[in-house]
Ligand binder design. Structure first.
Ligand code: HEM
Length: 469
């Protein structure tokens, strides 16, 4: 296992603010930026929650691609388009803090996760966690994914709501691949605590008052922290398996010291959160597109049959070999197109640590800013017929010809999604297991409404039918 460097303090990179509540610019400092305060007290909070994409479009038409809004108790400056994505995500001049941008949403329940660290500390911890995504461990997860998905998907014949089914399956798979815990009552308890935490992270009441989601989330966190702390110690003493958690638990730094136990626990908690609803949402988006675009479903199935060899007479579906993942090119392009149309993380927050300029406007240090991935993914500036499903947008030539930051479902730069290869792998195994067995159907003209926030999901749970081939 590669030794890891110890975090060093670099004073040139120390943020000017220790917390997002400090040093908030005065309203007069952003008076020159176009935008309005919306309704008294609540600003545009409810408008944004009710229709985030419509709200963004209306603001861009009225004010342009840099505008301010007042919502969730503070001012935010929206920076719109692929150039804005590049400036913020690539973050060449270390202007933007992810820690202080995501802090108000995630700090209470998922403190000190990778997205809540900046610069040197972030880089060193990220390197530590990367060991869990190297080919050896990935090969192991692929075996666990194939057997877990095959077992469950075999029962899916007939009409069903896909979203709740894939959500539950993804939780069970995570207990196995991430934590090394077999499916059963212990995994169920962990899953419940975890779901409570995720729901609390976006709950409107931010104090853990009795009977609130936040209280359930805080209790869930206490349970998981206790469980993961004991398990880290046990795996260190007895040796762990090949699951992600065991990799983190036994990771060492350059000087041979292990990561502190509380950091292992925080990273694990955060990683499970980052993985869960994103995979669930994007797998649902792809199933929706394949159900409503049967010609593409057929092409993806053909590729899967060729690569796996198809059902072998004993089993209904052959596993997708780890070494064959890269051969599912069309499947991957279809997934990328689903991620374009319905990105699981539709916008990303940051806090400016220094004054900067964008689109002709000076924006002061301390300002909360946000980029809008959903808008970029649907803008005619970068995409022809943006509302049509077309996986061929992702041929190497087309990708090369486009702005590098026009398609960023996994973010970019230092904080780019650490688990993106895991996500591709899980979705490819899922497709291989499903499409070898079933034709995915939906009613004529099916077009469910999607809840846009915080992570997209179809309001009806996605009503599809799996018909045996
Ligand atoms: C389709 C599924 C997924 C999508 C769309 C997605 C999207 C993202 C995005 C946009 C970010 C960066 C956010 C920002 O910069 O503000 C991110 C970060 C992250 N993701 Fe994912 N993610 C997915 C799946 C996963 C999975 C499966 C894992 C773990 C196994 C994971 C672990 C992480 C971690 C640890 C970070 C923080 C990285 C850092 O700050 O250095 N994600 N993800």
């Amino acid at each position: 296992m590669a030794p890891l460097a110890k975090p060093q303090t670099d004073n040139t990179q120390t943020p000017q603010f220790n917390h997002w509540s400090e040093g908030v610019p005065e309203q007069s400092d952003i008076a020159h930026i176009p935008g309005d305060a919306g309704w008294p007290v609540v600003g545009d909070t409810f408008k944004q929650l009710a229709d985030p994409h419509g709200f963004t479009q209306a603001r861009i038409e009225k004010y342009g691609k840099v505008y301010k809004t007042y919502a969730f108790g503070g001012w935010n400056v929206a920076l719109i388009g692929a150039d804005a994505n590049e400036l913020v995500l690539f973050n060449r001049d270390k202007i933007f803090s992810s820690e202080q941008g995501w802090g108000p949403v995630l700090d209470q329940l998922f403190p000190r996760g990778l997205m809540l660290l900046d610069f040197d500390h972030h880089r060193i911890d990220r390197r530590a966690l990367s060991i869990a995504f190297k080919p050896g461990p990935m090969r192991h997860y692929s075996g666990a994914l194939n057997s877990g998905i095959s077992r469950e998907v075999a029962k899916w014949e007939g009409p069903m709501k896909f979203y709740p089914a894939i959500k539950e399956l993804t939780l069970d798979l995570a207990a196995d691949s991430f934590l090394g815990i077999p499916w059963g009552p212990e995994a169920d308890r962990i899953n419940t605590a975890f779901v409570d935490m995720v729901q609390a992270s976006v709950a409107p009441i931010r104090k853990p008052l009795p009977f609130t989601k936040m209280k359930r989330g805080v209790d869930g966190r206490a349970y998981l922290v206790d469980f993961l702390t004991k398990e880290t110690e046990r795996r260190r003493a007895q040796g762990g398996g090949q699951d992600m958690f065991s990799q983190f638990a036994t990771a060492t730094r350059e000087d041979g010291e292990m990561l502190p136990v509380d950091q292992v626990v925080d990273h694990m908690n955060f990683l499970m959160m980052a993985a869960h609803d994103t995979i669930t949402s994007s797998a649902t988006a792809l199933i929706y597109q394949l159900a409503t675009n049967p010609e593409w479903q057929e092409k993806v199935r053909e590729e899967i049959m060729t690569v796996t060899g198809g059902p072998d007479g004993y089993d209904e579906a052959r596993p997708l070999d780890y070494d064959d993942m890269g051969k599912l090119e069309l499947t991957e392009m279809a997934f990328k197109e689903a991620l374009r149309m319905i990105p699981p993380v539709p916008s990303m927050p940051r806090r400016a640590l220094k004054d900067f300029e964008f689109g002709g406007y000076k924006i002061p240090a301390g300002q909360m800013v946000g980029i809008n991935i959903y808008w970029t993914h649907h803008s005619e500036e970068y995409w022809e017929n943006p509302h049509t499903f077309d996986p061929m947008r992702f041929t190497p030539d087309k990708v090369k010809a486009r702005h590098k930051y026009a398609w960023v479902p996994f973010g970019g730069g230092a904080h780019m999604c650490l688990g993106l290869h895991f996500a591709y792998m899980q979705v490819k195994v899922l497709m291989a297991q499903l499409l070898q067995r079933y034709r995915i159907e939906s009613v004529e003209g099916y077009s469910p409404e999607w809840q846009a926030w915080p992570i997209p999901q179809p309001k009806d749970g996605l009503q599809v039918s799996f018909k045996r081939i």
